[in-house]
Design a binder for this molecule. Sequence first.
Ligand SMILES: [Zn+2]
Length: 378
Amino acid sequence: MTAPLFLGSEIYRGSSYGDWHPLRVPRVSTAMDLSRALGWLPDQQYVNSPRAKPKALHVWHEPDYVAALQRAEATQEISEEDCKRFQLGTVSNPIYPEVYRRPATAAGASLLSGELLRDGGVIYHPGGGTHHGMPGYANGFCYLNDPVLAILSLKRNGARRVAYIDIDAHHADGVEHGFADDPDTLLISVHEEGRWPRTGALTDRGVGQVFNLPVPRGLNDTEMAMVRDRLIVPLVSDFAPDAIVLQCGADAVEEDPLSKLTLSNNAHWAVVSALKALSAPRFLVLGGGGYNPWSVGRLWTGVWGVLNGHHVPDVLPVEAQEVLLALRWDGARRGKNRPEHWVTTLRDAPREGSVRTALRDRVDWLLSDQTTQALRVG
Ligand SMILES: [Zn+2]
């Protein structure tokens, strides 16, 4: 198998949703810079993401909405009517300078992934993972839904059965909207209970292939390991997918301001590692949420390390520390009192704990015979 590819773009560097928006922080550019500083990103593994043409987006997105998004970028304004209809120019989904180009670039990389993986392989696309996007409107910081476009592209390019796993702190509502009725797309979403968008109930099962696991506040590494080993790995393995897509949002870690989950980045890396070990013909890892510039940059760089089998050094070399030292988190208290290890290390200290009964019961219910019946490969 050929070496994993990193689909990046310079469009993410310096792009901000606005001074007060959680997505004012750099993320993908940090993963690119840190990976290069560690010697992990040679030119031959880097692919510049193409921008999707509007027509290519119409496979899932409504043409009127795509046109409105382009109009919003060109004019940097939005009419009251378009704001209402398309949820553009709101607090969550503001109009910013690259409001069409940036999501269209993430979408372009997701569409390209399906083509590049036609004959198998591993792709990392940390600018992807915008799992809340809807066909005809923006939703939850997501203007387009690149995971849906990736799955459709994988299917157009020879993957019949696709397993989509989402470990972002928020429910993958847009992706479920896209594939809830498709028995050939396994959907597993692990997300914080009671948090926006408040969808993804345990009992929402699609046509039997949807597995939603709402998890309680304070989710620890030990609990995530249980979810990984008892739920995620067996379900994906039994499904025997032609492609695995992992949305690896970084907002379920302790330092993230948008969730109350308390994982360390070890939990995410272990999920990446376990899914990689299943050796599905195609493996695509996307980004997602993640709003603390240090924790998201370190976590996503580590994901690339895991995909390549690199050893994570205990102390980062000076060039890598300089990347982290240069980050700013304006308007956030924690940005001013940043702990030393956010700059000197990639790996967090593990955050282990006890496995709560309520969580175990939910996993048991999802694994009960009646629940998994529809999933059995005929
Ligand atoms: Zn999220």
